[in-house]
Design a protein around this ligand. Structure first.
Ligand SMILES: Nc1nc2c(c(=O)[nH]1)N[C@H]1C(S)=C(S)[C@@H](COP(=O)(O)O)O[C@H]1N2
Ligand SMILES: [Mo]
Length: 394
């Protein structure tokens, strides 16, 4: 089977799975104790709570056994209390440097020509718990990421309706959620909304969606209902949830979540410059075994995980079982689907008794390979260096 065919077949199988999930869930919802039934049927072992209010939930290991992450196991990253919105009252304003400022309703938006695509979301702080010394912010292990199918209207089509002025350079996306940030430093200037921007060229890329379905069903409230932005290949902060307003500006936006948070240092001419975090860099994660797991000796062990590279493709994953002295190729077990992760596995031949340090490193289609050491210029974001997993064979 050609690669193209294999990919199409794989996506058809996924579509069937997403449809099956969509059918199964409302049926459960009508029964009593629906949550218990749902979790029992999907192998959902719950979230790891990183923060109660605002809600910050890390996906647990069971979320990483399939190519598509189910919506009810998908990590939640909120900076403020979740707004309660209804699609009947919702409107999206488009203003600023446009020739026809407009307000679009949910009904008007969702009759436009839609696109469906799979895209990974990863929080820029995913893996922060592995940083030494510790950095402030949500202490995610590897579960601040997920891969879902999104349906929405290309943002470019909606911007076209408003008529982008030739002087516009940046597009600001504002969520309906707001609040005051007192930690981490620096504090916010009083109550602010969650807002991020994209340069015009990115906003006009046909893959950026105003999404209203996740895995074939209405977007859940925690993931941005009624409509969220999906910016494939970018860290999660760009995919603004509970969209309320889109403002085109004639100078680059320099908001709180663009400069004081979700930013990093890039050195030019030897001087560090602050830049907003943008696209996802090549990375892999070992899903099994988990850190400090104990493994029975005398049996081959299947090491498995995920690898992803934002707008680039994964070309190889290597595994080391001796703390990085030697590397062996892992097998990529899902096809290349743009913006998605690839599942991989490696058979570790009957490990000997004692402590072992496992590592995985991925390489992308641009020839980038994960670094062994942390680059501190990334502050507490883009945690992409190789993370050791120490296990004990008994
Ligand atoms: N309105 C709004 N959009 C938001 C956020 C938020 O707090 N408010 N968090 C962002 C961050 S940092 C991430 S990683 C993703 C998480 O999306 P999810 O909660 O659907 O997984 O949403 C982004 N969009
Ligand atoms: Mo994030």
């Amino acid at each position: 089977m050609s690669t193209g065919l294999a990919r199409r077949q794989f996506l058809r199988n996924i579509a069937t799975t997403a449809a099956a999930l969509a059918v199964a869930t409302p049926a459960f919802a009508e029964q009593e104790h629906s949550a218990v039934l749902t979790s029992a049927s999907s192998g959902n072992d719950g979230f790891i709570i990183r923060e109660m209010e605002p809600e910050n939930l890390e996906s647990s290991v069971s979320a990483f056994s399939s190519f598509i992450t189910s919506a009810d196991q998908f990590y939640v990253r909120n900076h403020f209390k979740q707004p309660e919105l209804s699609s009947a009252n919702w409107t999206l304003a488009i203003d600023g440097a446009v020739s026809h400022p407009l307000q679009i309703t949910y009904a008007e938006l969702t009759v436009m020509r839609s696109r469906t695509m799979v895209s990974l979301l990863e929080c820029a702080g995913n893996g922060r718990v592995f940083l030494v010394p510790r950095e402030d912010g949500a202490q995610w292990a590897n579960g601040g990421m997920g891969n879902a199918e999104w349906t929405g209207i290309p943002l470019a089509d909606v911007l076209k309706l408003a008529g982008i002025k030739s002087t516009a350079v940046d597009v600001i996306f504002e969520g309906a959620d707001s609040g005051e940030l007192t930690t981490p430093n620096p504090k916010s200037p009083g109550v602010i909304p969650f807002a991020r921007s994209l340069p015009i060229s990115e906003a006009n890329h046909g893959d950026v969606l105003l999404a209203y379905h996740m895995n074939g069903k209405q977007l859940p409230p925690t993931h941005g209902f009624p409509v969220r932005l999906i910016v494939p290949g970018w860290y999660g902060m760009a995919s603004v949830k509970w969209l309320k307003r889109i403002t085109l500006t004639e100078k680059p936006f320099d908001g709180y979540f663009q400069s004081l948070q979700y930013s990093y240092f890039e050195r030019s001419n030897g001087i560090p410059t602050v830049l907003p975090v943008t696209t996802i860099s090549v990375k892999s994660a070992i899903i099994a075994p988990g850190f400090a797991h104990k493994i029975a000796r005398g049996h081959d062990f299947k090491v498995r995980g995920m690898a992803w590279a934002g707008v680039n493709d994964i070309t190889s994953v290597e595994v080391s079982t001796d703390a990085g002295k030697t590397w062996n190729p892992a097998q990529l077990i899902s096809p290349t689907i743009r913006y998605s992760w690839r599942m991989w596995e490696f058979t570790w031949p009957a490990p000997s008794a004692g402590k072992h340090t496992l590592m995985a490193r991925a390489t992308d289609s641009k020839g980038n390979t994960q670094a062994m050491e942390r680059n501190k210029d990334y502050r507490s974001y883009e945690i992409t260096h190789v993370i050791p997993v120490i296990v004990e064979v008994l």
